[in-house]
Ligand binder design. Structure first.
Ligand code: NDP
Length: 401
């Protein structure tokens, strides 16, 4: 039952595997499979050195359903933890259905040839998962993931109904490179260059990317500029809390990051349309990824903190209240603990927690679910115990912007 297969061996996966190795009573047998075996070997070696735990490794191209089915049949895991890229989500879900295996991921499906992400493709699998008695837990990272749990927790403990939800994601870490992304560069740049989108007046309000800027004073960090963006958890939260009138997502960016993005966009380097170079088709953004620093290599040089949380205004016994729930994570402390920077850490820990709750059948229901559809309390408890403690403060008034 506690036999798991992790797919993908990047920054997030390394944290999840380290955290699982610390809990051998829950995760008795871990197999790590990815496209590049060397990356699996590196994680395997680190985990052995640190915790004296043996994990199994395998080479796998998860774009190939047959190959994935073959590997699953060989090791018969209870659960697949998909920490590869959003492009692989549907193929891995297909493989889970064929092999009767549960599924978890941290990012919703995105087609390779279109910078568009939405849950519909994965939600469409709900009936098939239900019929087979299988569970798929979607978006068990930080955002999506913990931010969804914070929303459910605020509703459960502090408010009778939610009117407005703001998710604030601040990374005040400094890695010393002129330009680098904190997670997979291809996915990161597709995300930040997409149009902004927020929920208001019963509809999605769309605007240009990275233009609506507000300064916010983050706890333990100070004032930072943050920008209105679209992020996938808004889609599921608005659906699962239909009383929400306004839902927005904000992310901080430094001026240097934005200047680089602007130049890269202007010269066509962020394009996902293939171009022919010396007789070979290449995608400019995929080429750019190859020349940028690997996010997994930023750990030992990143200093500073992240602060990610939700500010939620709603009604409590007929009165308006606003609650801010957040986590502060220190890049250097993450590196000391598991050899990774805080963005990988804040995603990898919730993936481990989601997997633990499924294995222990605390969160366990056939179908395809987002994390806010379960009781938030056990997840919040485990966040406190496993390195991502949260704080909630009541603000005097709702946000003025
Ligand atoms: P990385 O690029 O560091 O790692 C991705 C890994 O997946 C690599 O090992 C890569 O292999 C592997 N992979 C890619 N394609 C395949 C394939 N076809 N078959 C098998 N393995 C494959 O990314 P991150 O660790 O930074 O991110 C992992 C996931 O987490 C992404 O989906 C990202 O969107 C998500 N994420 C979610 C967050 C949240 O808060 N919810 C925050 C940050 C990230 P190779 O090395 O060969 O390329």
């Amino acid at each position: 039952m506690s036999n798991v297969l992790v797919i993908g061996a990047g920054g997030v996966s390394s944290v999840t595997v380290h955290k699982m190795a610390m809990l051998p009573n829950v995760f008795k047998n871990i197999t790590l499979a990815s496209r590049t075996l060397k990356k699996c070997q590196d994680i395997q070696t680190k985990v052995k050195e640190k915790y004296n735990i043996n994990i199994n490794i395998a080479k796998l191209d998860a774009d190939n359903i047959n190959e994935t089915v073959k590997l699953i049949n060989k090791i018969s895991p209870f659960l697949i933890i998909n920490l590869a890229l959003p492009y692989q989500d549907l193929n891995i879900m297909e493989a889970c259905l064929i092999t009767n295996t549960h599924y978890l991921d941290t990012a919703n499906y995105e087609p390779k040839d279109e910078a568009k992400f939405e849950y519909s493709w994965q939600w469409d699998y709900s009936k098939k998962f239900q019929e087979k008695g299988l569970m798929a837990l979607l978006g068990s990272g930080f955002d999506p993931g913990v931010t969804n749990v914070y929303t459910a927790h605020t509703k459960k403990h502090f408010l009778n109904s939610i009117h407005s939800l703001d998710i604030l994601d601040c990374n005040a870490g400094d890695h010393g490179h002129p330009f680098a992304t904190n997670f997979n560069p291809e996915i990161n740049i597709r995300e930040v260059t997409s149009e902004s989108k927020h929920w208001e007046n019963n509809n999605w309000q769309v605007g240009p990317a990275l233009t609506n800027k507000v300064s916010f004073d983050f706890p333990e960090i100070g004032p930072k500029n943050m920008y209105l963006m679209y992020h996938e958890e808004l889609e599921s939260l608005v659906k699962n809390f239909p009383e929400i009138k306004k839902a927005r997502f904000w992310m901080t960016f430094g001026d240097s990051y934005l200047k680089h993005i602007e130049v890269l966009q202007n010269i066509g380097m962020t394009s996902i349309k293939p171009i022919n170079y010396n007789g070979m088709d290449i995608v400019p953004l995929q080429f750019l990824k190859q020349v940028l620093p690997d996010p997994g290599s930023l750990g030992n040089r990143t200093k500073g903190k992240t602060c990610i949380g939700t500010i939620i205004t709603g009604q409590k016994n007929g009165k308006e209240e606003t609650h801010y729930t957040y986590n502060i994570c220190d890049h250097e402390q993450c590196y000391e603990e598991v050899g990774s920077q805080a963005i990988s850490y804040t995603t990898g820990v919730p993936a481990m927690i989601g997997a633990m709750l499924m294995i222990q059948k605390i969160w366990y229901k056939p179908g395809v679910w987002n994390v806010e559809q379960f009781d938030p309390d056990p997840f919040m408890d485990l966040l406190n115990k496993h390195g991502l403690p949260s704080q909630t403060i009541q603000l005097d008034k709702k946000l003025s912007f």
